[in-house]
Write a protein that binds this ligand. Structure first.
Ligand SMILES: Nc1ncnc2c1ncn2[C@@H]1O[C@H](COP(=O)(O)OP(=O)(O)OP(=O)(O)O)[C@@H](O)[C@H]1O
Ligand SMILES: [Mg+2]
Length: 393
């Protein structure tokens, strides 16, 4: 293993297969889970020289390109931004650890390439792209996601997170649960991507500024404010994702006049008035299971509690969602808590900047119960330093 890890891009020895992970399949499509170290040349050829035409998108850590290997496998290659301070060996070890994580709802690594100035991670290409593209992107008008598919995506993603939080050793906190990190295979089965990514980034490099852009709406208040990371941060983000899937709304929307509103602020008064049906994405044209909707919204409410201790665990989330039975819904009447991020954080968010949507219910902004994150007391009393780092990148 040491020999393969010390080799790098452009070296023929790199073709050697990693022997540690064989057998299990990483996706519902029956794709083999073996992975390997790729040469730079291989990935360059597969992606047509990392051409703009092959680019699937760009995230906080680099760009992702579609490609096809010489043996016909469709891949997605994430080309990480230059990061010289992360030693090649250290990077390789961490990628190999993540590469061993296998679950039907987690997008496993197909391989990587690491050279003196290159860091590339290879995944299987997911033909139905991300959940984001179906909710708010290029497929938004096609409405391929009916109620059943949405529930399947919710439960599958939750099961992937249960595996990360409770089953893999050591446990992995994702830290970046959001619609672009839930990918969909040819059967619309969800695969959570980019888990453990924080581990691949050198210590001391703050990606918080980048991450807040487009991610802020998913961040648990204690993480946004004090950098306090735990499994329950993922649970909070999952609750926001759940609301997004049900309502078809973005985590943060810009209202006419420039005010930004979080999804919980929109949802909360509707729940308080028991207007559950009004929460559902209008693109579903009323085709949904009402009892299942209530149960799911209640689970979301228990995920987005401001205090981490009050949130469910991912195991409880899956149990509640799967154990769903109309008569056994004990959670009715629960109150949603809505988080209002401070202006300094809100100004860093740029995802909702181009929001053109006009909102006829803008008068519900600033709803009863909304809590300003900046006014929360720090229950941990020791995150002052981190907070400074978070707010100022
Ligand atoms: N295996 C894949 N198959 C298809 N599309 C992918 C794959 N991996 C990533 N993408 C898409 O490529 C785009 C860029 O992904 P990337 O992970 O770099 O950014 P992101 O998910 O928007 O943000 P973050 O850096 O926080 O993960 C996203 O739209 C993502 O859904
Ligand atoms: Mg991503």
């Amino acid at each position: 293993m040491g020999a393969t890890m010390s080799s790098c891009c452009g070296n023929d020895v790199d073709e050697e297969r990693f022997m540690g992970s064989t057998g299990a399949s990483s996706t519902g499509d029956g794709i083999r889970s073996t992975w390997k170290i790729f040469t730079y040349k291989e990935l360059h050829n597969a992606t047509n020289g990392f051409s703009e035409d092959n680019k699937l998108g760009e995230g906080g850590f680099g760009s992702v390109y579609w490609g096809k290997t010489s043996d016909g496998l469709q891949i997605a290659v994430k080309k990480l931004k230059a990061m010289n301070s992360k030693a090649e060996m250290e990077f390789a070890v961490e990628v190999e650890v993540l590469g061993r994580v296998r679950h039907k709802n987690l997008l496993g690594l197909r391989g990587y390439c690491a050279g003196s100035d290159q860091r590339l991670i290879v995944y299987d290409y997911m033909p139905n792209l991300s959940l984001l593209s179906h909710l708010h992107g290029q497929f938004a008008n096609e409405v391929q996601l009916d109620w059943k598919k949405r529930m399947n995506i919710i439960i599958g993603s939750a099961e992937g997170l249960v595996y990360l939080h409770h089953e893999v050793t050591p446990h992995i906190i994702h830290r970046d649960i959001k619609a672009s990190n839930v990918l969909l295979d040819s059967n619309f089965e969800p695969l959570v991507a980019d888990f453990g990514f924080a581990k691949l980034i050198p210590d001391g490099v703050s990606h918080m500024t980048t991450r807040v852009k487009g991610t802020l709406g998913y961040l648990a208040p204690e993480y946004a404010m004090w950098g306090k990371v735990s499994e329950s941060c993922d649970v909070y983000s999952f609750g926001i994702l759940l609301l997004e899937i049900i309502t078809g709304r973005k985590p943060i929307e810009k209202l006419p006049g420039g005010v930004k509103r979080t999804i919980t602020e929109w949802v909360e008064p509707l729940i308080a008035k028991s207007r559950f049906k009004d929460l559902v994405d209008p693109r579903l044209r009323g085709n949904f299971d009402e009892a299942q909707l209530r149960q799911t919204i209640n689970v979301a409410a228990l995920c987005v509690q401001a205090e981490p201790e009050k949130r469910l665990t991912m195991k409880e989330v899956v149990n509640l969602l799967k154990d769903y039975a109309p008569s056994r819904s004990k959670l009715n009447g629960l109150r949603m808590e809505s988080i209002k991020y401070g202006d300094d954080l809100m100004n860093m968010d740029q995802n909702s900047e181009d929001e053109k949507e006009m909102d006829t219910e803008s008068n519900v902004y600033g709803v009863f119960g909304a809590m300003e994150v900046r006014k929360m007391t720090d229950p941990y009393n020791n995150y002052g330093g981190d907070r400074k780092k978070i707010l100022h990148g």
